[in-house]
Design a protein around this ligand. Structure first.
Ligand SMILES: *Cc1c(COP(=O)(O)O)cnc(C)c1O
Length: 468
């Protein structure tokens, strides 16, 4: 049995990784040729790899390390809880102190009467819970035919069969028989690529109107809920036009369907408020939480329910739960994470200080010849790459080709920026300083320059037509 350490040679780590470790969302053959990047430690906003490179993490891991890496307090909270009570379940009329405290704290933080928490181990699990919750809710309300959940193309709600079906990623649906029945999708409010000649305001209204059309097509008495991220994350950080959410809110209210806000990325300060629903001015019946809830230090997710939804569900036995629903160690770590986010004023700083600073710098990337638009809310932003700004044109090359080239240049410059198709996105730790923001923008600009030169060289600065 080989046990490697962070100081083992990179080639050895990569070889053993390639031999036995299957990576999520990774083309196996593509990886085998070059070996995975091995991250060995991290501090604040900085990762260290097995070759000793220091890399600025513009993605907070996977949108989750909101308070940054290396916080002793969270390690202590985990160790303390493991010594006291490493595990007990919350099934069958049992509870424990960390779950009690975390649920109460979340009820305090969540807006309106979102006061009841059902815990899960991840965002995917929480959305699976939500799918069953809303259907059970209508069943208990005497409207069992209300079963359909409407979502959006290109949404990301997780990777399990239920949550992956709720999501709108066609590449995922194509593998494994998804979506499951009873889920319908409408378009995302992506003005830059789909808005054509419409103003962003008109386009936002038109995209919201699709929800109403879909409800009428399915039959209003058959629709259970609409699920959406306040600002779409993994779909490319699609910031909706200002007209979008008010119109969606009107429609869900008019037809009496439940609104599920998937706050897995937007929650816990990412948009400058505790929840993206507050930033977008929406009032959901259920919120999905995960990621920033523990800053990624422990796997934990959950659903926060309104008083009304909780009351109706409580009238029956909800035959659902995960062994690790409300895991004591994860709850203790999440609680400590929320304390730090609050007491250190991190959410306020994103809203009033570093967020506006980042916005100003990030939007200047739109001046780069390769960039069509730069959009950012709080600390989640994206730029659209284009060969022809004025026409908002896509590249002739297959979607994602240019994004991948640009991401490789970012890595070469020790900056983690992710690509979604031909958009480049950032979602840094919320504790990023102004000096680090300057470094992020400098490296992004350099990487764009290098990508641009490479594209010119390879004849890839050619416009194509948009797929219908
Ligand atoms: C990541 C994500 C999920 C899934 O969370 P996991 O913890 O990976 O299962 C769900 N919704 C959104 C919006 C996400 O970004």
């Amino acid at each position: 049995m080989t046990i490697l350490t962070p100081n083992s040679p990179t080639a050895e780590l990569q070889a053993l990784d390639a031999a036995h470790h299957m990576h999520p969302f990774t083309h196996g053959a593509g990886l085998r040729g070059k070996g995975a990047r091995v991250i060995t430690r991290a501090e604040g906003c900085w990762l260290t790899d097995s070759d000793g490179n220091r890399i600025l993490d513009g993605m907070a891991g996977l949108w989750c390390v909101n308070i940054g890496y290396g916080r002793e307090e969270l390690a202590e909270a985990a160790a303390r809880q493991m010594r006291e009570l490493p595990f007990y379940n919350t099934f069958f009329q049992t509870t424990h102190v960390p779950a009690i405290n975390l649920a109460a704290r979340l009820a305090e933080l969540a807006p309106g009467d979102l006061n009841h928490v059902f815990f899960a181990g991840s965002g995917s699990e929480a959305n699976d819970t939500n799918l069953r919750l809303v259907r059970t809710y209508w069943h208990e309300k005497g409207q069992p035919e209300r079963q359909v959940v409407i979502s959006r193309w290109n949404a990301y709600h997780g990777s399990s069969v239920g949550s992956g079906s709720l999501g709108g990623m066609k590449g995922m649906h194509a593998q494994g028989g998804m979506p499951i029945p009873g889920i319908a999708h409408i378009d995302q409010p992506d003005w830059w690529s789909a808005g054509g000649d419409q103003s962003p305001e008109d386009f936002g209204l038109a995209m919201a109107k699709q929800l109403e059309d879909k409800i009428l097509e399915i039959g209003p008495d058959k629709v259970a809920a609409f699920i959406a991220e306040p600002v779409q994350g993994a779909g490319g950080v699609i910031v909706p036009p200002e007209t979008y959410w008010p119109e969606i809110s009107r429609i869900v209210k008019e037809y009496g369907i439940l609104l599920i806000a998937d706050e897995v990325i937007c929650g816990f300060g990412r948009t400058g408020n505790w929840f993206g629903s507050q930033t977008m001015g929406i009032t959901p019946d259920i919120m999905t939480i995960a990621k920033g809830l523990s800053s990624g230090y422990q796997p934990i997710g959950g659903s926060i329910l309104s008083g009304e939804v909780a009351r109706v569900i409580s009238d029956t036995e909800f035959n659902h739960g995960y062994t690790y629903s409300g895991h004591p160690v994860a709850c203790a770590v999440a609680l400590e994470n929320l304390r730090i986010l609050d007491e250190e004023g991190i959410v306020t700083r994103v809203r009033e200080d570093t967020g506006p600073y980042l916005k100003n710098k990030f939007e200047s990337l739109a001046d780069h010849p390769l960039v069509g638009e730069a959009k950012i809310v709080g600390m989640m932003g994206s730029i659209a790459l284009t060969p022809e700004k004025a026409a908002r044109a896509p590249f002739a090359a297959e979607a994602g080709t240019v994004g991948l080239i640009t991401r490789e240049r970012c890595f070469a410059n020790n900056l983690v920026m992710r690509h979604v198709g031909d958009r480049m996105i950032i979602s840094p730790p919320l504790v990023i300083s102004k000096e680090e923001i300057d470094i992020l923008i400098e490296r992004a600009w350099e990487s764009l320059d290098e990508a641009h030169a490479q594209l010119e060289r390879d004849g890839l600065m050619k416009a194509g037509t948009r797929a219908a």
